[in-house]
Design a protein around this ligand. Structure first.
Ligand SMILES: [Zn+2]
Length: 55
């Protein structure tokens, strides 16, 4: 998934990355990773948000 020009820092493009236990949304241009509240502002569905690892 990709969100164009959605980075709160530089206005760059955000991409979704998945690994086994977590997934992050980060900026292709500056590498900024979004906080959960920022993901919520983008309207990203809950299934696509954190939790990372069940603490
Ligand atoms: Zn950025």
């Amino acid at each position: 998934m990709l969100w164009l020009k959605a980075c709160p820092k530089c206005g760059g493009d955000l991409t979704l990355e998945r690994s086994l236990w977590e997934r992050t949304i980060s900026c292709l241009q500056c590498g900024r990773m979004l906080r959960p509240d920022e993901e919520a502002q983008l309207g990203i569905p809950k299934e696509e948000r954190w939790p990372r690892r069940a603490a």
